[in-house]
Design a protein around this ligand. Structure first.
Ligand code: PMP
Length: 443
């Protein structure tokens, strides 16, 4: 298997030759929060795949729902004015969970095309209001919004830009709220004030009547699980509202109970104009993403000239099998997994906080079942690890050998996003296996 993979499968994010040398780690089966590799090792999946298998693996109800839908109607396009029962039902049930008046759902295949769709919808919206000149977009450094061309440009991780003239000329950035390493210091209010001032200045620089939308993640995921100070999200939302700028919350990671509430925007006390989701929507069993549009955005586009201006859609939008899986996964969440995730999230955060004294650990951060530790050389000086990637990868390797899957980020950050179905014993094992792996890395 490893030889076939090495010879024929492309893994663009890994170092290509490096990947050829080490070969892939093959997984063959999974159940609950446990995955099994080709050598028969069982590992706790502390990252829920790629922060997506929120419900956990192997639920019979999900498998049955997918099988039933495959038999009845495996495909119906969501492209034109056609529909299917599971897609309509899922949209209606999602609208019940969404913050405020985010009552309209557009289904995509994943997160990147959900982000792309919001860019189009934002443009349709302004076109419909007779303000087509509002065509500039702002996002936040360290943010990740996908790897399509438009999404990668909004993504503010330079590695996604190299060689493509990104960000695109209508995409702008402000600095991150990274509290652990912030030039204005660690005081939460100072960080909020700095971000507000910078967003205001950026809007003035571009021209208030040119800015279409502003993008945030309630907690930045791929940038290294960076949690903004409490009040940061609502302060940024307020600046956008002052200038009538659309506020887009990218909840591809934070949605579906990852941080505690169904959506993180609910806890921030804001209603975004648009919200993107994916991952936990179908718990990774099949691909699907969704854009939520507020009544105001939807009706403006529907009543205006915007919708007619440009086409948009995907062959697999609102795929009935994905929607059937989404409904079955939602039953599991509502049937106890959301509640369990809240309890286990508190336990995970408390457990990881207990690692704060470890000589390698500089910062422990997160909310609910989304967490990270940042390793440093010198805790007082917060000196980053020298060859940033290597020690994180070493911890990843040790953890793997100790029966735990984590995510190693380039900057020496180890990420956690366990399935919401974890038991107390599994959460404790995630923490203890991490402690052991850190000790072994230090030795
Ligand atoms: N937005 C965010 C916040 C994400 O974390 C991701 C994926 N990690 C995406 C968008 C892109 O989603 P996908 O990989 O499903 O295209």
């Amino acid at each position: 298997l490893i030889e076939l993979d090495r010879a024929h499968l492309v893994h663009p994010v890994a170092s290509w030759r490096g990947h050829e040398k080490t070969g892939a780690r093959m997984l063959v089966s999974a159940k609950g929060a446990t995955v099994t590799d080709a050598q028969g090792h069982q590992l706790l999946d502390g990252f829920a795949g790629l922060w997506c298998v929120n419900a956990g693996y192997g639920h019979e109800s999900v498998i049955e729902a997918a099988t039933k839908q495959l038999r009845e109607l495996p495909y119906a396009t969501g492209y034109f004015s056609l529909g299917s029962e599971p897609a309509a039902r899922l949209a209606a049930r999602l609208a019940e969970h969404a913050p405020g008046d985010l009552n309209h759902v557009y289904f995509t295949l994943g997160g990147s095309d959900a982000v792309d769709s919001t860019v189009r919808f934002a443009r349709y919206y302004w076109h419909s209001r007779g303000m087509a000149q509002r065509d500039q977009f702002i996002s936040v450094a360290n943010g990740y919004h996908g790897s399509s061309t438009v999404g990668a440009g909004l993504t503010a991780l330079p590695v996604f830009h190299a060689g493509f003239g990104m960000p695109l000329d209508w995409q702008h950035k402000i600095s991150s709220h990274y509290a652990y390493r912030n030039p204005v210091g660690t005081d939460p209010q100072a960080i909020i004030d700095a971000s507000v001032a910078e967003l205001r200045a950026k809007i003035e620089e571009i021209g208030p009547d040119r800015v279409a939308a502003f993008y945030i993640e309630p907690i930045q995921g791929s940038g290294g699980v960076i949690v903004p100070p409490k009040g940061w999200v609502s302060a940024m939302h307020a600046v956008c509202k002052e200038h009538d700028i659309l506020f887009v919350a990218d909840e591809v990671i934070t949605g579906f109970g990852r941080t505690g509430p169904v959506f993180a925007s609910i806890e921030e006390g804001i209603v975004p104009d648009m919200m993107t989701t994916a991952k936990g929507l179908t718990s990774g069993y099949v691909p699907m993403g969704a854009v939520f549009l507020s009544d105001g955005v939807y009706n403006t586009i529907a009543d205006g000239a915007g919708a007619a201006a440009v086409g948009h859609g995907y062959t697999y939008s609102a795929h009935p099998v994905s929607a059937a899986v989404g409904l079955a996964v939602l039953d599991l969440y509502e049937g106890g997994l959301f509640d369990n995730g809240v309890r286990m999230g508190q336990r995970l955060m408390a457990g990881l906080q207990s690692l704060q004294d470890h000589p390698l650990v500089g910062d422990v951060r997160g909310r609910g079942m989304l967490a990270a530790i940042e390793m440093v050389v010198d805790k007082d000086k917060k000196t980053p690890l020298p060859a940033a990637a290597a020690p994180a990868v070493r911890v990843f390797d040790r953890a793997w050998d100790n029966g735990l899957v984590v995510r190693a980020f380039a900057q020496g950050v180890i990420g956690y996003a366990p399935p919401l179905c974890c038991t107390e014993a599994e959460i404790d094992a995630i923490v203890e296996r991490t402690r052991l792996s850190l000790d072994q890395t230090l030795a």
